[in-house]
Design a protein around this ligand. Structure first.
Ligand code: GUN
Length: 300
């Protein structure tokens, strides 16, 4: 292994370990509850990336021994029909987790759909109740991608107390919940966004950089403090180079330029990406235990 390789945070390997732990805890739940934990995934329309994500979610849910309920609806589905489906899933006892794949087609009111999800089944952690619980530090379900980022950070750094962290991006799926989670671990948190001034100087001061803006290789090597830990949430496809059919996948951080500056960094692909589904399975198992009145599974 060369020096740079030891800096790599292997999210693929960590996620496989987490999925294995979840899978190992499923039989005990199934035995106690008389049914397997169940996850319902709702996809509206035919966005190719979403189709792939949903396909992987269904496959990995089944591989972990859980029940998967898949609802694929046409792109012209009306608000009332989608809301009726969410209500039906709320009242279905076999369903412990509900995930509505985002983004929804633009004619649909995304927030109104999310608001309807039973917070006890909100394995995506996106309802106002889950968001409020996270802000208040009350037990709840946390969005999967930031939860996965935190697991990787804690695994690498241990105690995060007192660290300066910067989150690039303020989305409901990643940036905002990430900032809350870092704050809960006693980091000093900056949330940067498209209107932030002096971005490079702010990133330069951070011990922890979480990049979630969706702009290919925006963060340059010389933006990073020596020894920083970088979590790259971005997945961006470059234009194909000559002779390539498809462009390369890259993160929001210029990986090659960053590597000499950092103590650790997640690659793209193979970093944060695999953690999202592993955390979705974890959240489904936790939701199933809580709904059945059982103690949370240990070590997850
Ligand atoms: N689209 C991309 N990532 C996610 C996610 O974590 N949850 C949902 N619901 N939609 C997504």
């Amino acid at each position: 292994m060369n020096a740079a390789a030891s800096n790599i945070i292997d999210g693929k390997d960590f996620a496989a370990g987490l999925r294995e732990k979840v899978g190992a805890a499923v039989p005990a739940f199934t035995e106690s509850a008389g049914r397997a934990p169940g996850l319902a995934v709702v996809l509206v329309g035919d966005d190719p990336a979403s189709q792939i994500y949903v396909g992987s979610k269904v496959k990995m849910t089944r591989a972990a021994g859980m029940e998967s309920f898949e609802h694929r609806l046409p792109a012209d589905t009306q608000q009332e029909a989608l809301e009726a489906l969410v209500k039906q899933l709320n009242s279905d006892d076999a369903v412990d987790g509900i995930l509505v794949q985002l983004p929804l087609p633009s004619h649909l009111d995304q927030q109104a759909v999310i608001d309807l999800i039973d917070p006890d089944k909100d394995v995506d952690g996106l309802t106002p109740t889950s968001t409020g619980r996270l802000a208040l530090g009350i037990e709840g379900l946390v969005p999967c991608t930031p939860l996965g980022c935190m697991m990787l950070l804690k695994d690498r750094l241990g105690d995060l107390s007192g660290k300066d962290a910067i989150v690039l991006g303020r989305s409901i799926l990643v940036g905002k919940p990430m900032a809350q989670l870092l704050l809960a671990e006693n980091c000093t948190v900056t949330v940067a966004h498209s209107r932030t001034r002096d971005l490079k100087e702010r990133v330069c001061e951070a011990d922890i950089v979480v990049a979630a803006v969706g702009r290919a290789e925006m963060v340059k090597g010389d933006w990073l403090k020596q020894g920083a830990v970088v979590i790259d949430v971005g997945i961006n496809r470059l234009e194909p180079a000559e002779g390539e059919k498809k462009g390369r996948l890259v993160g929001d951080v210029d990986y090659a330029a960053a590597t000499p500056h950092v103590s650790a960094i997640t690659p793209v692909p193979g970093g944060v990406g695999p953690m999202t589904i592993a955390c979705l399975l974890r959240n489904t198992l936790v939701a199933a235990h809580r709904r059945a009145g059982l103690a949370d599974p240990e070590g997850l």
